[in-house]
Design a protein around this ligand. Sequence first.
Ligand SMILES: C[S@@+](CC[C@H](N)C(=O)[O-])C[C@H]1O[C@@H](n2cnc3c(N)ncnc32)[C@H](O)[C@@H]1O
Length: 879
Amino acid sequence: MGKVQKKTGKGRLDKYYKLAKEQGYRARSAFKLIQLNKKYAFLENARCTIDLCAAPGGWLQVASKYMPVNSVIIGVDLVPIKPIPRVVTFASDITTPQCRNLIRGELKDWKADVVLHDGAPNVGTAWIQDAYSQSELVLMSLKLAVEFLAKGGTFVTKVFRSVDYNNLIWVFNQLFGKVEATKPPSSRNVSAEIFVVCRDFLAPKVIDPKFLDPRHVFKDVATAEHAVDKGSSANNAQANVFQPEKKRRHRDGYADGDYTLHKTLSSAEFVRGPDPIAVLGTVNKISFTTEEEKEWLAMDITSPDIKANCDDLKVLGKGDFKALLKWRLALREELGLDNKTKDTEELTETVEITEEVDEEQQISEELERLNAEAAARTKRDRRRANEVKQRTIQRMQLQMTAPLDIGLEQMDMSLGGQDDIFDLGGTERSLQKQGGIATLIGEDGDLAEDSDEEEPEAENDEVLDSDEERERKMQGLEAELDGLYDAYQDRMRERDAKFKVMEARRNNSEREEWSGIQAKAGSDDGDASGEEGGWDKMQQAKDLGDSSADDSSDDENDSVVGNEVSAGSKRTRDARRDPSTSQVSKRARLITKLEEPKSSASVSKAAQVWFSQDVFAGLDGIDGVDEDDDDTAVEDEDMAVDEEEQWKDSASEGEDDFEVVPREPDDDVNMWNPEDENEDEVKQAKIQKLGLITPEAVTIAQQLVNRQITKTQLINDGFNRYSLNSKDGLPSWFLDDESKFYKPNLPITKEAVAALREKQRALDARPIKKVAEAKARKKFKAHQRLEKALKKAEGVNATADMSEREKAQQIEKVMRKGLSSGTKAKKDIKVVVAKGAHKGVKGRPKGVKGRYTMVDSRMKKELRAKKRVEKANKKRKKS
Ligand SMILES: C[S@@+](CC[C@H](N)C(=O)[O-])C[C@H]1O[C@@H](n2cnc3c(N)ncnc32)[C@H](O)[C@@H]1O
């Protein structure tokens, strides 16, 4: 919303007022005509203009400025207008025949191209003489306009939005080809005035006098006015009170003769009046001006809140209005307005009480209505959210977005899934939520929200319902966001080659980096909690270890361990394929190790917990980590045979004890396997080819070489919060962003940076391919030239009819040419600026030898200025 313009006090002196002063216009209203003319351009080609209600003459000044030099301009007003060059003015009432005669006398048989009317009753010094209302004044000016306008002419009039407005517009439309209502920027927002520009006057031969007769034009309105006003505006007023947040437009226009937007009501009227609610909805302020009212102000019941509320009713809420009504009742009681009737007359008392009861009832009815509306709004919002969901699904089906699996999954879960409870955390709330969901789901499994049946009754349910709704909306939004993000990436990929390259690089680096322990994919495990690996798993393994210490033959534990080990390990897959291999025995050995505290006796408690994570289950790398530990290795070897047998046993016992879930080959992409030779080979090949390219890598390499860290330390450091970061269920845009910033901040040393810089410098020193090619070409050509010169020299030498001296001279010349660079030096062209002594000189300027070119010092600047102006003009035309 723009700044509120003021019509009174210093607010009047706005920028147009100042501009008018600066530019010598008599009234700021001059800018209204300037802006109207800018939009409709009716003055430039007008040869005759009549300005009705023209004092003090601002519009006349504008007309005189914008119309062609020899045009006729006539100005009429109730009050005399000070002379303006090229303008004829006279004082007359435009509603009288005398005025018409005066204009006729001035125009003779001429017709006007433009008739302007900016009249307003009660404005100017002669307001007492003005018996007409604004609308009637407009109709009178139209009467004059149709008499004096030429065919195709323009009539510009000021109209106030009132009940007559539509009737006036209807009449204009009967007489003009184009009718447009507009409010120029210089017209204050607080003013109800608008301007109607009627173009293309049809000049009918006969005009029905009823069109110009106020009694006929405004007839319908006069009769309908009360019916409409009584009903709708009273309702509106009430609605204003009880729904202050909803701005109601003045669709019925302003009350006739009342063009003010700010209305003040005396507190006495409010307190004593019969319909306080209607009053509250229509006025802006309740004032305390009389002595009695001021006394009310000082009373205890008139709290500071009430005072503040009375100051600006338009900003009040429902509660404030209720407080005001209560205050009114209390004051009435205090004043004895209600008591008096009680004491004196029984009958009147009943009437008064009824009124109070009515008010209360009215309030409660309104409140009920508001509640119903709020419920309807919630329903509408819900329907909208469903629509959004539908659209998202449709877009997905139309391949407009990438599949929004995550969003949809989440949505499904939130509809009926139990897993949602885990996501939400708090048990209490989750239980409540279950109840909520239960009420939401109908017998046939349909969601209650989809049908248009009644809302949940219990308050609790409503809260849950709205919670659920909000959550679902959030998920819908997230899904949409994901889709949009994917679409954005697709677009970027299509458009921006750079983005493509960056993405490829990122993918590459992701593949090469240690990206943490990945969750098992495709697990059909019931409690698919989002977190896998990390602390939860460690804790789980720890618990497991403890329980297995108590009861190593616990079937349940077996199956859990079996599941997790199988899902987390490539080795386990191999084992399943061929359980007789030695790898299988190793796998089985590890599993047994977890179950039997005996086998892990040599490992510390912390290490035991750490390696009890499922991801280590299939990695021989664990052994690799403890490679140096000979004891453990020997122990492992000793146990291998027993464990192999156990493995076979457990495998033969059936799937209940040990279930191996096959994993997708892709799952290994991010798995770290120190014994994966291929991975190492690829990395080594890259390092061989490019060397170490990051300062972090160089730092680590240097530290390793200098024995500042050991290999084991390095591996241990690899297990950090970044590596155990679960990515499940996270939106892709978040992961993309995280991949940029959620990285370990490895230390780098000065030496590492210096080493890399040195390497970079050496690389920079190498010429790029094109330069090398150009150099080679140059060399090749020089070689060719030399060979050619040698051949020529031989030829010269072989010539018999030349003396030795001549031969020597010729050969020297040929060889010089052969050894030269082959390019002729370009002769310089001297630039002579045509200023000072050279200005206006024709032919060669004095003192200039050789090739020259004359330039004008201003040429460039002028060309640029010209272009600038052209560009600005083009822009202006477009806008
Ligand atoms: C807003 S002023 C016009 C300002 C003018 N357009 C200007 O730019 O200076 C309205 C004028 O209408 C004039 N007016 C009101 N009723 C009139 C009538 N019946 N006949 C002639 N003039 C009238 C008032 O005297 C007043 O000067």
